[in-house]
Ligand binder design. Structure first.
Ligand code: NAD
Ligand code: MG
Length: 333
């Protein structure tokens, strides 16, 4: 019996030879001829690839617009190249007008997904640009503005996304509220409540409404933060919502794994987005933003795009309950 299980050296080599032969004739495993003859991608030094501090002081009224930022963030508009990783998928992304949500929306569309985005009515100008980019990628782009602090709206948002996309299999719960306060004494109950509603209640309402539509193979992705484990002194309310996000990712992943639905999180470090210039950070912090990372600069939203793609990709079928980070070297998510 034991001997039967042992492979002879000859059997192994023959077997290997056969699988290599299959690989050689099977184009499905390799890049096509045009791809193979394309020039190689040049190496890019990540320390000098994007803007570094000092930045200009800048302040926008919340929730802020990409077009008013200096320098303008990079969401992959010019650079993200897809390769069909999400062909046929239907995604809903909250906060899809700007920042990480916009980077995910552009990447998903270029990977072959139809994409619905939610944002606040004040962000219509940013959202229009994203819808145009999704359409330019040859995909359906659906704009659903509205305030996710309202449970009834969250239910409507999901129903509308399902109706207009013709189904749903990726939910990216990414919208977030961050308003710095130097002291807990400056934090009003209204502030605290708005942060909890946006960052904790809304994902609960949206995921609950989406679940009956999600088939096995679907993916839920939450945007959490390095703040979940390394909270800043002036982000008392925000940081605890990110600990909650990391926590729900892990809990829900266990609950939904038997149903074939994966739940994962993305944990960004300091990223150059409207959230930071519309009350998320002090002017002093903005001027030096990201300078305290080993990379000595903030991240750009595009640098997170491939993580959102990876976590939604059906090829990542064994990854659930994970948090993938990108924080310029600051360490764990
Ligand atoms: P962003 O301002 O571009 O995106 C946040 C989005 O949240 C806004 O565009 C807005 O559409 C949405 N939003 C906020 N309140 C809303 C409400 N009541 N109703 C509907 N939509 C609402 O900034 P971002 O940095 O890309 O933020 C995306 C996510 O990344 C957030 O969850 C944020 O907490 C997280 N994050 C950001 C950083 C960073 O340094 N920028 C770091 C870690 C985590
Ligand atoms: Mg925005």
């Amino acid at each position: 019996m034991k001997e039967d299980n042992k492979l002879s050296r000859r059997q192994v080599i023959n077997g290997l030879g056969a699988s290599l032969a299959v690989a050689a004739v099977s184009p499905i495993f390799s890049a096509d001829a045009a791809e193979a003859s394309a020039p190689t991608v040049p190496l890019k030094d990540p320390t000098t690839a994007y803007p570094k501090p000092p930045f200009k002081k800048q302040q926008q009224p919340w929730p802020g617009l990409v077009s008013q930022m200096d320098p303008k963030p990079d969401h992959g508009e010019q650079s993200y190249k897809g390769s069909g990783r999400l062909k046929g998928r239907k995604a809903l992304i909250t906060g899809g007008d700007s920042g990480m949500g916009r980077a995910a929306a552009i990447a998903y569309a270029r990977e072959g997904a139809d994409v619905a985005i939610n944002y606040l009515p004040a962000e219509e100008a940013d959202a229009k640009e994203v819808i145009a980019l999704i359409k330019a990628a040859g995909q359906k782009g659906v704009a659903i503005p509205g305030d996710i602090r309202d449970e009834a709206f969250c239910k409507k948002l999901v129903a509308e996304a399902v109706r207009q996309l013709g189904g749903l299999d990726i939910v990216v719960s990414n919208a977030g509220r961050q308003q710095q306060r130097q002291s807990i004494l400056d934090l009003t109950t209204e502030d605290f409540d708005a942060t909890m509603k946006t960052n904790i209640y809304a994902p609960f309402w949206i995921i609950k409404a989406a679940l009956p539509h999600l088939q096995p193979g679907s993916a839920i992705i939450g945007t959490t933060s390095e703040q979940a484990t390394d909270p800043s002194a002036d982000l008392y309310d925000y940081a605890q919502t990110k600990a909650a996000t990391t926590n729900y990712v892990r809990s829900l992943a266990k609950q939904l794994a038997p149903k074939g639905i994966r739940v994962n999180g993305v944990a960004p470090g300091p990223i150059w987005t409207p959230l930071q210039v519309s009350g998320g950070a002090t002017q002093e912090k903005l001027v030096q933003f990201g300078g305290d990372t080993p990379m000595m600069r903030p991240g750009q939203p595009v640098e997170l795009a491939s993580i959102y793609v990876q976590l939604a990709d059906p090829q990542a079928s064994y990854a659930t309950g994970q948090v993938y980070g990108a924080a310029g070297g600051k360490g764990m998510p």
